[in-house]
Design a protein around this ligand. Structure first.
Ligand SMILES: C[S@@+](CC[C@H](N)C(=O)[O-])C[C@H]1O[C@@H](n2cnc3c(N)ncnc32)[C@H](O)[C@@H]1O
Length: 223
């Protein structure tokens, strides 16, 4: 198991608008946020002045080998074709004693999002696609598990949320995989989903209380 130093040097790869990164910046941690998108980094900067931010492709990082104690990857792999290259680069810049931290928000399996997702799969594919097929997040996670010397999982945070079918529809329209489908197909599928949700739940604004978790999978490697 790795023993991270007291003040680890952390790379947040695919940092986005700083949803995860801003507390590290505020705490004056040794934190670098990287993102491909200038717009995301600008939003990060607006949220939190003083952050060390670099616009770069995570598949070709402008950092030396073994330069970080931790590499944080939070909701980066979804819909990412080049996930293998992103893993290789993450491991290249990670120090031998370092840890790769994979974070994601988990919603309950029987919750409103899971039900909406299953129905959307039915509309798009006629059935739910196999969980791992073409799912870059699941494939990346599997590869990391196979290569790691140790894997540990922690619920870093849990919180209560109120969800509606409308939230799912609005959020999904910008989702990484879904947005690659033709606009006409997306529009039709979401309209069908909305009709189904109204029949099923009475309204798009029906409110469902749920507990959400932010889970971290921590990988170390023998190198
Ligand atoms: C869903 S967002 C997650 C952002 C942040 N980690 C969070 O959890 O709030 C995914 C981010 O990964 C970035 N991204 C996607 N491909 C990337 C790549 N090849 N290199 C760097 N960043 C990338 C996107 O621009 C986006 O900001």
């Amino acid at each position: 198991m790795s023993a991270l130093p007291p003040h680890p040097k952390l790379l947040d790869l695919g940092a986005g608008s700083g949803r995860i990164g801003w507390p590290f910046v505020r705490a004056h941690d040794d934190y670098v946020g990287v993102d491909l998108s200038f717009g995301m980094l600008r939003a990060f900067r607006q949220r939190c002045a003083g952050a060390a931010l670099v616009q770069a492709d995570g598949c070709a990082l402008p950092f030396a080998d073994r330069s970080f104690d931790g590499v944080l990857l939070v909701q980066v792999f979804g819909g990412l074709k080049r996930w293998r290259a992103l893993i290789e680069e993450s491991l290249r810049v990670l120090r031998p004693q370092g840890a790769l931290l994979l974070g994601r928000t988990r919603r309950p399996d029987g919750g409103i999002d899971a039900r909406m997702k299953r129905q959307l799969d039915l509309i798009l594919h006629g059935s739910a696609p196999p969980a791992e097929a073409g799912n870059s997040r699941a494939e990346a996670e599997l590869q990391l598990e196979e290569r790691a010397a140790t894997v540990s999982v922690i619920d870093a945070a849990t919180w209560d949320a109120t969800c509606t079918p409308r939230d799912f529809i609005e959020r999904h329209d910008g989702g990484a995989r879904f947005s690659k489908l033709p606009a006409e197909l997306r529009g039709r599928a979401l309209r069908q989903l909305a009709d189904w949700a109204v029949r099923q739940f009475g309204s798009l604004d029906a409110r469902f209380p749920e507990t959400h978790r932010f889970t971290l999978r921590i990988f170390t490697f023998e190198r």
